[in-house]
Write a protein that binds this ligand. Structure first.
Ligand code: TMP
Length: 237
């Protein structure tokens, strides 16, 4: 399948139409952003590493019976996906406190969260992706109650599968963000799962191996992503 015209340029991926109206091509770029797109840098190999990482994770989720938009890997930095109507909320699951939850509630970073939390954020960079809830999402017609319930159920299932996967490689899945869409009336996992949208720490040293290395200017950003990829068995070439 060939790329047709550019439909949308996101912060890290570009979305192209194909000659089949049910499918799109996602191109993973090297662009890396923080501060809702106000800071952008190119990090060599990131597009490829995230593409391969995401393809590996999406396959694991499909194997566990979770429907995703992923169809197949087309090249080192492109995949074919189902074309969906995206729901404009980000679903965040947390197993340990970090990031905005620590800032909002004054928790200690690394505090275990049992049971894991589930939050919704409205996807809007200009507003800084504000925290919202189900009532707001329903009233503003972003999703129905039933769709939100399904998104929460699937988010927890994804957590169960991936927590175990990372744990087996002595890695902690601290938190992650998912996005869902509607494909022929079904809620289906979309977007990507890569170290750009989750927090992963080494279990023993608590070393950060995700995008916090970029956000906090810790250096060796892609080296961190590659270490996680190698440890969980992502084929990197
Ligand atoms: P937070 O601590 O900043 O709320 O982020 C929680 C997790 O979700 C973290 O792994 C980063 C991810 N995330 C994104 O990838 N994009 C977003 O826009 C937001 C709000 C969170």
């Amino acid at each position: 399948m060939q790329r047709q015209h550019l439909l949308y340029k996101g912060k890290a991926k570009s979305v192209y139409e194909t000659d089949d109206e049910d499918f799109l091509i996602l191109h993973f770029r090297d662009d890396t952003s923080a501060l809702d797109g106000k800071r952008i840098e190119q990090l060599a190999r990131k597009g490829e590493v995230n593409n391969r990482f995401n393809a590996f994770i999406m396959q694991k989720l499909a194997d566990a019976g979770i429907e995703t938009h992923f169809e197949k890997q087309l090249s080192s930095d492109e995949i074919l996906v189902k074309r969906m109507d995206m729901i404009p909320v980000e679903c965040v699951v947390r197993n340990f406190a970090a990031g905005s939850l620590v800032r909002r509630l004054g928790l200690e970073e690394g505090q275990a969260l049992t049971p894991p939390t589930f939050e919704l954020f409205y996807k809007d960079d200009a507003l800084g992706d504000p925290l919202v809830n189900e009532s707001i999402a329903v009233t503003l017609n972003w999703a129905t109650d039933a769709q939100l319930a399904k998104m929460q159920e699937l988010s927890h299932q994804v957590n169960d599968v991936l927590k175990a996967l990372f744990d087996a490689s002595d890695l902690m899945l601290v938190d992650f963000k998912l996005e869902f869409g509607v494909f022929y009336d079904r809620i289906v996992l979309g977007d990507e799962f890569s170290p750009d949208g989750c927090r992963i720490w080494d279990k023993n040293t608590k070393k950060k191996l995700d995008k916090d290395r970029f956000r906090q200017s810790l250096g060796d950003v892609i080296e961190g992503y590659e270490e996680v990829a190698k440890r969980i068995g992502v084929p990197l070439n």
